[in-house]
Design a protein around this ligand. Structure first.
Ligand code: UP5
Ligand code: MG
Length: 194
């Protein structure tokens, strides 16, 4: 990888904060390539012959972070699949543990900055319970949601704080409607020279 041909923005926020929703808008308007770590893990879980399928299934249902070797490799492959890594990537839902953050920036590519969607638990919880009626996701139920929130606070917030100390976090309040939130996202992009 060479940082002059690959550029990476991390997208973080609690479960249901709206990471995927906002990424879709950014892809539409800015031509980013969107890579969701959760989507890549779910695809790997369902891939016939995957040696990690059962493990990923367990981790996702329990809201735990899959060992970083697996996730970093999936992301690296997906980045290389896209014009051998040329382009601008939105990496959604990653890194959500310190070891992943350090490894990815050392081995793959340093991030430009992190978009952090800040949303209270009661709002996120309502969204996820709602989505659970149709999503088919094994972790969109009250019990898994509780575990996902716990992991987010204990394991993922330290990553946000780590990048914040480096002046690399753009924090966006994520309570209003998707379009209203997106207005703030676009403004932040301008401020960061994107
Ligand atoms: N919605 C969105 N925005 C809204 C708004 N402003 N107002 C009202 N409703 C809004 O949105 C969630 C729902 O809310 C949708 O129905 C949407 O329409 C509505 P979405 O945009 O999907 O939110 P998002 O933040 O993407 O929520 P998601 O559930 O994807 O977040 P998670 O972070 O929990 O899920 P992810 O797929 O990233 O990870 C799942 C699991 O994979 C993790 O728990 C973990 O076990 C594993 N994982 C790892 O182990 N390692 C990794 O590096 C990454 C994941
Ligand atoms: Mg998502």
């Amino acid at each position: 990888f060479s940082p002059d041909k690959t550029s990476v923005i991390f997208v973080l926020g609690g479960p249901g904060a709206g990471k995927g929703t906002q990424c879709a808008k950014l892809v539409r308007d800015y031509g980013f390539t969107h890579l969701s770590a959760g989507d890549l893990l779910r695809a790997e879980q369902d891939r016939e012959g995957s040696e990690f399928g059962d493990m990923i299934k367990e981790y996702i249902k329990d809201g735990k972070i899959v060992p970083m070797e697996v996730t970093v490799q999936l992301l690296e492959n997906a980045i290389m699949d896209k014009d051998e890594g040329r382009g601008r990537f939105l990496i959604d839902g990653f890194p959500r543990k310190m070891d992943q953050a350090v490894r990815f920036e050392e081995a793959v590519c340093p991030s430009k900055f992190t978009l952090f969607f800040d949303c209270p638990e009661d709002v996120m919880s309502e969204r996820l319970i709602n989505r659970g009626k149709t999503s088919g996701r094994t972790d969109d139920n009250a019990e898994s949601i509780k575990k996902r929130f716990k992991t987010f606070v204990e394991t993922s917030m330290p990553v946000v704080e780590y990048f914040e100390k480096q002046g690399k976090v753009v924090k966006i309040k994520a309570v209003k409607s998707p379009d209203e939130i997106y207005e703030d996202v676009k403004e932040a992009m301008v401020q960061r020279g994107i």
